[in-house]
Design a protein around this ligand. Structure first.
Ligand code: GLA
Length: 723
């Protein structure tokens, strides 16, 4: 998981500002001539957002590549897709809309190239479309992207925004200097409180989005900052920035899980009209699966989070539009009771959340965080209901309505969330709720014999149940279809099925086998339920070079991105060659002998680990790795021996440029004084290194294969068994 600070800094570097700027924000000295500190206590900012704000913001998708066509094109798409009518009504232009300096009167100036008609004109266009006008500024000396911040210009900027017809202000917290004699927290408080008062002074109702808490995360003053954020504003950013549009789907999913995990614990800090903001919705052209974007939408709604899309709405897929536009899910988010849902149950790879709704219903989310399908089960009592024996479950995505005597359960694919609206009592003609449960009767996660159970959770029985099984091409399921006896309320009927798999190719393959039960219920006629089973197979690659696909070294004459670090930087192949590390060469270091990857510089040379397994043979005391890291992490290595037993160890390396060279117990193998970048060789005053590290082997056993950590920041150049 990316630490929040690292993510924030990376965001700035990848966007339009400089790393130095962001760092300056954390350590800046007091500017000369600060205005008088505003009063410590500030009036409670009016409740301008009685339900969580909804709309669109350009940042995650476009960063600084914006202009008035981008903003207005997306605004029109909000209207044309019908999303605006469903509540997504605030269009916010994030960072980079300004010129780099204020005008002679000290006013902020719109970038004349990006916004030739001015931001006030953009606002008037938004208003003409029936939308609200949101804008970004920063509480410090400069925005995160390096444009003028509002420090000491509070009233002037608030007046300008009010004059422009702004309805929503996102006030970021980069580059807030600490005033002499104050703590950083006090200085942040002063500038945010001053803004709050300045906005009140304008007389124009403007929703106030406060970013301050995100700058105090994990620090001792974080609680104080969140406390006054609810006083000075309507919503506040916490967690990290969600991954940017150009990042990988895996990075996006991991950032969504991080922000979910952070935000879900903050329900105590929220009250109706004062909202925790875990950042943007990524439904859209994001590479995330339908289950993943639905999970975010459902979880954000149960957490009463702002629903602010950041994608290209002019090319919205049908799936993304469906997910964003689901009125039933939006209604959970916007419920007038205004409460953030809480975790009521947690288990292996899953969370259950419950949110009380104004009419006495509860929204119950079953979130499968894991990489395998599972049946998640809770009860109406755990979800917060009083005693009762009949509850209606409305699946807010499929709209399927069923009735349970008290168990609330669903069969959930990996990364998916089922969101029910649960009501006590209700329509007694609804079909009984049911689930399909898979049990492995043999070895876990392998093809073999499984038992498939169909459970009736409702008050009436199931008749004529047929279970049909489907599997990927090449698999067999015997039998392919099974008849089950009548299933009484509360009972489970099971069948045994045998699964066989085709010979898998080297690599990791995720297979889904689905059991669908069709049955006749009383008054409700026929109904069905489907339960997936995930079987993941990992077959070792014959050699390390077959396993990966990442460019890590480039010749200095080649300024195309080598991209070892995700930012376009790579090892200098020339500097490596000077140390003897050329394709296919032998590298001896710290008692181990390796073969340097034989791929030529600039071609995929197969180094980033992602849980791949590699065939390797030999006996010895340790397994040695030659490699490096572009993150700060470690992960498990699993060694499989020829007798079928395994042993594990932990592998991590120091960062290739910038950390203690003995991190994770590693040793330096090669040291270079520069790296290659898109502008050619660069020396940033640090050394670049390749390291060795080891994990122990079981004495006397012969190695058959090695599974590397599932950590793309870890790069393995070579591995060898040492005597
Ligand atoms: C910070 C914020 C982002 C975005 C950028 C703009 O990183 O958290 O949401 O506003 O600044 O530079």
């Amino acid at each position: 998981m990316t630490p929040p600070l690292a993510r924030r800094l990376r965001t700035v570097a990848a966007g339009c500002g400089s790393l130095a700027l962001a760092l300056a924000g954390l350590v800046a000295a007091a500017p000369a001539g600060s205005a008088a500190a505003p009063a410590d206590s500030v009036a409670q900012y009016p409740n301008y957002a009685p339900t969580p704000p909804m709309g669109w913001n350009d940042w995650s998708y476009y960063q600084c590549n914006i202009d008035e066509d981008t903003i207005l094109g997306n605004a029109r798409a909000l209207v044309d897709t019908g999303l605006a009518a469903k509540g997504y009504d605030t269009v916010t232009t994030d960072d980079c809309w300004m010129t780099h300096s204020r005008d002679s009167a000290g006013n902020l100036v719109s970038d004349p190239v990006k916004f030739p008609h001015g931001m006030d004109w953009v606002g008037s266009q938004l208003h003409a479309m029936g939308l609200k006008f949101g804008i970004y500024e920063d509480a410090g000396t400069a925005t995160c992207g390096g444009y003028p911040g509002s420090l000491n210009h509070w009233q002037q900027d608030a007046d300008l925004f009010a004059k422009w017809g702004v309805d929503y202000v996102k006030l970021d917290g980069c580059n807030v200097p600490t005033k002499a004699g104050e703590t950083s927290e006090q200085s942040y408080h002063d500038t945010y409180a001053a803004w709050s008062q300045a906005m009140l002074n304008t007389g124009r109702p403007m929703v106030f989005s406060v970013s301050a808490p995100a700058y105090f995360q994990d620090g001792p003053d974080w609680n104080k900052v969140i406390g006054w954020s609810a006083q000075v504003g309507n919503l506040w950013r916490e967690g990290a920035d969600v991954a940017l549009g150009q990042e990988s789907a895996a990075a996006k999913w991991s950032s969504l899980k991080y922000n979910y995990g952070y935000n879900v614990g903050l329900a105590d800090l929220q009250s109706p009209g004062r909202w925790n903001d875990p950042d943007f919705l990524l439904a859209g052209d994001s590479g995330l699966t339908r289950d993943e974007i639905q999970s975010q939408m459902s979880l954000w709604s149960v957490m009463a989070a702002p629903l602010i899309s950041s994608t290209d709405l002019t090319h919205l897929s049908a799936d993304a539009l469906d997910v964003l536009g689901n009125r039933d899910v939006i209604a959970v988010d916007q419920d007038p009771k205004g409460l953030q849902g809480r975790i009521v149950q947690q288990g292996d790879g899953y969370d259950v959340l419950s949110k009380p709704l104004a009419n006495g219903d509860r929204a119950v989310a079953l979130f499968n965080k894991s990489d395998s399908a599972q049946t998640i089960s809770t009860t109406a009592a755990a979800a917060g209901f009083g005693p009762g024996s009949s509850f209606l479950l409305k699946d807010l995505v499929t709209k399927h309505v069923t009735r349970t005597t008290g168990t609330i359960a669903a069969d959930i694919p990996p990364h998916a969330t089922v969101l029910y609206r649960v009501s006590a009592g209700g329509d007694h003609t609804a079909a009984p709720a049911t689930v399909v449960t898979w049990h492995d009767a043999g070895t876990a996660d392998h093809p073999g014999v499984y038992s498939v159970g169909v459970t009736d959770l409702g008050p009436t029985g199931l008749a004529d149940t047929t279970v049909t099984l489907t599997a990927p091409e090449g698999w067999t399921v015997t039998p392919a279809s099974v008849r089950l006896n009548r299933i009484a309320p509360g009972q489970t009927a099971t069948a045994k099925v045998t699964l066989t798999a085709p010979k898998a190719k080297p690599g990791t393959t995720v297979n889904t086998i689905t059991a669908t039960a069709r049955y006749v219920t009383g008054a409700a006629g026929t109904d069905s339920v489907s339960g997936p089973l995930t079987i993941t197979t990992t077959v070792p690659y014959p050699a390390l070079a077959d396993a990966f696909n990442n460019v890590g070294t480039t010749l200095e004459s080649n300024t195309a991105p080598g991209n070892l670090d995700g930012g376009g930087d790579s090892y200098s192949a020339d500097a490596l060659a000077a140390l003897g590390a050329t394709p296919g060469a032998t590298v001896t270091a710290n008692g181990a002998t390796f073969t340097w990857p034989s791929a030529a510089p600039g071609t995929p040379d197969n180094v980033a680990t992602g849980g791949q397994a590699i065939e390797l043979t030999g006996q010895g005391s340790a397994l040695a790795f030659l490699g490096t890291e572009t993150g700060f992490t470690s992960g498990p290595v699993v060694v499989t021996y020829t007798d079928g037993t395994t042993s594990t160890g932990t592998l991590g390396f120091p960062n290739w440029c910038c950390s203690t060279t003995t991190d994770y117990g590693a040793q330096t193998a090669l040291t270079m004084d520069h790296r290659n970048t898109q502008a050619g060789p660069a020396n940033f005053g640090v050394s670049y290194r390749v390291f060795t590290n080891t994990v122990p082997l079981t004495a006397g056993k012969t190695v058959q294969s090695v599974t590397l950590p599932n950590q793309p920041a870890i790069h393995v150049f070579a591995l060898a068994v040492t005597p």
